[in-house]
Design a protein. Sequence first.
Length: 409
Amino acid sequence: MKPIILVIFDGLGDRPIKVLNFQTPLEAAKKPNLDKLAELGITGLLHTIERGVRPGSDVAHLSILGYNPKFYYAGRGPFEASGYGIKVQESDVAFRGNLATIDENFIVIDRRAGRIESSEAFAELIDGLEIDGIKIIAKAGLNHRVAVVLRGKNLSDKVSDTDPHIINQPLKKSYSLTEDDNSKFTASIVNKLTEKAYRLFKKHPINKERERKGLPPANSLLLRGAGKMSKYESFLEKYNLKAACIAGAGLYKGIAKILGMEIIEVEGATGKTNTNIEGKIKKAIDLLPAYDFIFVHIKATDSLSEDGKPIEKKLFIEKADQFFTPLISLVQNREIILTVTSDHSTASDIKIHTADEVPILVAGFGVRTDKVNKFGERSCQDGGLGHIEGANLIDFLINLRGETKLYGN
Ligand code: ZN
């Protein structure tokens, strides 16, 4: 059976951008390898959830991997925390968090504290704290990201975010989303933790140094996406595919780990623009004999769009493209089934995820080709796959392997 490689460029889809002469970053990029793969394969447009839905990365990945988020999704916190190496228990409540900058009136002026290089020193300050009998577990993610887990009795995930989600708004108080005592208790823990984090963070020497350099200090903690871990059927049980994941960012490792995929570490896989794409692709090829399904995640396309940097996004796509060369011959020889797509579009002019479809190409074993020879949002409109939904993608790929169960007889 031919192995499947699924490459997801996070937030790859975009919109025509003025500084790129109204091309999208993907369209404007010189990317001979991705264009060649589009030519060798079949292309189309993917709604990762469904038409008109503007997806978060977590639900979009679940959907693409065939786990309907309507049934499987219980908040982003547990995925993020698992990806950062916390063993989340079923009674825990997990959050994703940001280090952020607030002013003296508690107004959030930077939700990512200037994308501070590391959150490690700050996560350590709150990791191990105990508040009203609840243990706080905190682990650093990339840049400003942290995961926070509350462990103890009588906890509920029915609590609101402290993150206002936009700047120039006050840091929010968490409140209970239901009338029960457990959610009120949990919200009170979150609020006490937020106050404590502010007191601890603001006087940290790293912040004194940042302020001296004119950088926004990481003086507060924004929490969002409260969730409890639920039970997931593993990828192997669901699809009979032995799967591995190569990713830099915690969320994607977390999702993969929860779905029972093996997490393969690649040196220099940072989830940032400096990530080791060459190493990731090489590792995926090295793993081919041992796995049926290899999920490769590349994050920076999304971060650059959210920061409003379409030119840098285009350049990053060009840099990534050169490392796809070794995949071309594997596709030409029909040794693999390769899919390149995204979890959602992120429009770099308005800096948010959008519901716009994402381009997809599938090339290699069993694929009927189409006439498209460029990988782009508009060229893929003419592709033979047409409009495909995330929920159908894995079955489509398994069908190419010749393994889909027969419907009827
Ligand atoms: Zn995403």
